[in-house]
Ligand binder design. Structure first.
Ligand code: NAD
Length: 439
């Protein structure tokens, strides 16, 4: 059984390399020819720990290759193949709904390429509005009658993508036949042998598991950030509050860290697309709370900008602001809907000179925000700064010595947008340390 992976972005490359690691022959396909050339050359065009090494091993072992040609892919895969589709589902411009153009185009292309082949399984991995798999199954029945559709949503986290793919918390498959289930059980046999829980369900439930999981995580983050807002008004400490809550096993401490909130290419657009779909299904009231979850999240960005202005004596005009972090989270160079860059850009618009440093995401940030300044190190960014903003919680920022950084800046003022620095150590070194939700 050969495997193909269509759409080799963050999700697709990881999935392709991990399926090769599990012993399968895999071919990845992308319409971006430059990306394909880099991948074929063993270069992952983004930062994901461990992925580059894994990919090179699998290419060298002859189990992993790449193309941008659907006909070549189909001929190579042959009958009985499993084709995964992991193209993007971004938010539509000016709307909450997901843009399904890429998914529809990818399924159409693979269907046409395998139209005259024997049986095969085409498995959606992209995060999609509920109802997509059924719609696509109807389309494939016309275009490629021997192909069957399944849906296998992905839960990997950027920064842990390889580990999450090879050791997932669970596997969810939406299928309409025993054969499709058997094919996927065969593909994931090693993981199932390691007792990874498997949920076999229908299309709609499989699609909904993904968006409801992301909604729940967003709720948890916005819940603690709402508590941070109240703490700010009441003079309480949200970090202590969060710690105390976390001892209750029914609540738990994970995803309960207050700060600048969530961003990235998934959570924000997924909860919005979920709301849009609920509206189409006539149950928009059921998800009305997600609107507030989104609003709480966005208010944290605005609050961070306000805090920076407060720290600069009421005006950002002409001030030098150092921003530590550009990626939407540490261990990634992904800047899609990055809270850090959103704050940096807002501060820049208020007349400050903003210098950004990120261990991995500076190049991506420079392309998207060319008017900001960029530094090669955290210390260089801090040079003559009136205030430092710590906005992505990379480990290297926690390891900096506040006394040494103090020798670099104009004013020893720092805002910890992630509640991740050692507040006592920074204060002891003479800094004015401010954080979201804390006195
Ligand atoms: P991405 O933008 O990094 O990758 C998508 C890739 O698809 C791009 O390389 C693009 O060129 C390619 N593509 C677009 N149209 C194509 C077509 N017709 N044929 C072949 N390739 C095509 O996106 P991503 O972050 O990998 O996300 C992909 C999907 O997976 C999304 O639905 C996302 O919500 C979901 N997802 C992502 C993650 C994550 O952490 N990134 C985790 C779980 C689920």
């Amino acid at each position: 059984m050969r495997i193909t992976v269509i759409g080799t972005g963050y999700l697709g490359v990881t999935h392709a390399a991990c399926m090769a690691e599990l012993g399968f022959e895999v071919m990845g396909l992308d319409v971006d020819v430059e990306k394909v050339a880099a991948l074929a050359d063993g270069r992952v065009p983004f930062y994901e720990p461990g992925l580059q090494e894994l990919m090179r091993e699998q290419i060298a072992a002859g189990r992993l290759s790449f193309t941008s040609d659907y006909a070549e892919l189909a001929a190579w895969a042959g009958d009985g193949a499993v084709h995964f589709v992991s193209v993007g589902t971004p938010q539509k411009k000016g709307e909450y709904a997901a843009d399904m153009t890429y998914v529809d185009a990818a399924f159409d292309s693979i269907a046409r390429a395998i139209a005259h082949q024997g049986r095969s399984l085409v498995v959606g991995k992209s995060t999609v509005p509920v109802g997509t798999a059924a719609r696509i199954a109807d389309r494939l029945a016309e275009l490629a009658p021997n192909a069957e559709v399944a849906w296998n949503p992905e839960f990997l986290r950027e920064g842990y993508a390889v580990q999450d793919t090879l050791h997932p918390d669970r596997l969810v498959i939406g299928v309409r036949s025993e054969q499709a289930e058997a094919d996927l059980r065969h593909l994931y046999a090693q993981l199932l042998a390691e007792k990874v829980p498997l949920v076999v369900t229908d299309f709609s439930t499989a699609e909904l598991v993904k968006v409801s999981a992301n909604s729940f995580l967003a709720v948890k983050i916005s819940f603690i950030n709402a508590m941070a807002e109240v703490c700010e008004a009441a003079g309480a400490d949200v970090m202590q509050l969060s710690q105390a809550l976390s001892y209750d096993p029914r609540i738990g401490g994970r995803f309960l860290v207050p700060g600048l909130g969530f961003g990235g290419g998934c959570l924000p657009k997924d909860i919005r697309a979920f709301m849009a779909r609920a509206g189409e299904l006539g149950v928009d009231q059921a998800l009305a709370f997600l609107k507030e979850v989104d609003a709480i999240n966005m208010r944290r960005r605005a609050r961070t900008v306000d805090l920076a202005r407060e720290q600069c004596d009421g005006s950002l005009l002409g001030k030098r602001v150092a921003v530590w972090g550009a990626a939407f989270k540490p261990e990634s160079d992904d800047i899609r809907d990055s809270p850090a860059l959103n704050v940096a850009a807002s501060i820049h618009l208020q007349g400050a000179q903003v210098t950004v440093y990120d261990p991995k995401a500076t190049d991506n940030a420079r392309k998207m925000f060319p008017t900001l300044s960029y530094a090669d190190t955290a210390m260089e960014a801090a040079e003559q700064a009136d205030v430092i903003l710590h906005l992505t919680e990379w480990k290297e920022f926690r390891e900096l010595d506040p006394a040494v950084v103090g020798g670099q800046v104009r004013s020893t003022r720092i805002i910890d947008g992630r509640n991740a620095l050692d507040a006592a150590a920074w204060r002891a070194a003479g800094w004015t340390y401010r954080a979201l939700g804390r006195p």
